[in-house]
Design a protein around this ligand. Structure first.
Ligand code: AMP
Ligand code: ZN
Ligand code: FE
Ligand code: FE
Length: 272
């Protein structure tokens, strides 16, 4: 049997691993195929396509975009995207700056709340990455303002918390179209995070797949999403959403999906 893990972050977004260190960890797991799906970022892909091929591991170039439907955050995975697409790169550059401004605003809010944390500090942690809340959470842990990443989200930067600032979100249709425009297959990420009454509308708005297998999905949810996939003729994907040390509970290969599902994705891509 061959297996795949189709949801992995690197240090180009809010993971902590380089491509090389991912490969080292993936080899002993016996995965045949993986996808790197950084938030709003494709910087890992050029190098990864070369290095993974050398190791005989199939790499699906991917991305994870943030969109919204009915004011609700929806993550869209894009598989087999052309990471050199000009429209995509321009959009990602815009998002990179936008995310930096957003983090600055969150830090201002934190400072006003009496939490002493500096912009430089957080920018240093992010390095060349497309910055996000996980970097800010990590800075708060490092500066001993909270005792864990999850406390940082609960107390300060989670959606309901006082230092939260809304980031840029594609309109759902727009996010899906961007993935398609650069040759990708748009897939609804971790549907457990979507409110039940929006799920049908989101599925009907043009995604071609659904991430059925995911660490937070119980067997009941997996069956439910499989039934939706069948009903709406959607591709089925899955992955661990690995973020390295920033989310220590999630291990690489925690989710291993049968390679058959990757074949279906590839067939869909070939039919374009
Ligand atoms: P951002 O795109 O900057 O809003 O950050 C979103 C990312 O933060 C998600 O993809 C997760 O990786 C992470 N995240 C969101 N909520 C939590 C949480 N409660 N605990 C840990 N990580 C979280
Ligand atoms: Zn993330
Ligand atoms: Fe996500
Ligand atoms: Fe993710």
């Amino acid at each position: 049997m061959k297996f795949a893990d189709l949801h992995i972050h690197t240090y180009f977004s809010d993971g902590t691993d380089s491509v090389g260190s991912l490969i080292k960890q993936i080899k002993p797991l016996g995965l045949t195929c993986v996808s790197i799906t950084d938030h709003d970022n494709v910087d890992a892909l050029e190098e990864a396509l070369v290095l993974f091929e050398k190791e005989n591991i199939e790499l699906i170039p991917g991305i994870e975009l943030t969109a919204e439907y009915n004011q609700q955050e929806v993550h869209i995975l894009g598989y087999f995207i052309d990471h050199k697409d000009r429209t995509l790169i321009d959009k990602l550059n815009f998002l990179k700056n936008n995310r930096r401004e957003r983090v600055r605003k969150m830090i201002e809010k934190l400072n006003r709340l009496g939490v002493d944390i500096s912009v430089e500090n957080v920018l240093n942690i992010a390095g060349k990455a497309t910055i996000g809340r996980l970097h800010l959470a990590y800075a708060l842990v490092k500066e001993k303002k909270v005792s864990s990443v999850s406390e940082a989200f609960r107390k300060y930067i989670g959606e309901e918390a006082p230092a939260y600032v809304l980031g840029f979100r594609f309109n759902l249709q727009e996010g899906i179209e961007l993935v398609k425009k650069c040759g990708g297959i748009p897939v609804l990420a971790h549907p457990y995070s979507i409110k039940e009454n929006s799920l049908y509308k989101i599925i009907e708005s043009g995604v071609e797949g659904i991430e059925v297998y995911y660490p937070e999905h119980t067997p009941y949810l997996v069956n439910y999403y499989l039934s939706l996939a069948q009903k709406y003729n959607l591709l089925v994907t899955g992955g661990s959403d690995f973020h390295g040390e920033l989310k220590p509970d999630t291990k690489l290969g925690l989710i291993k999906i049968p390679y058959e599902l990757v074949k279906n994705l590839k067939d869909a891509k070939d039919k374009r």
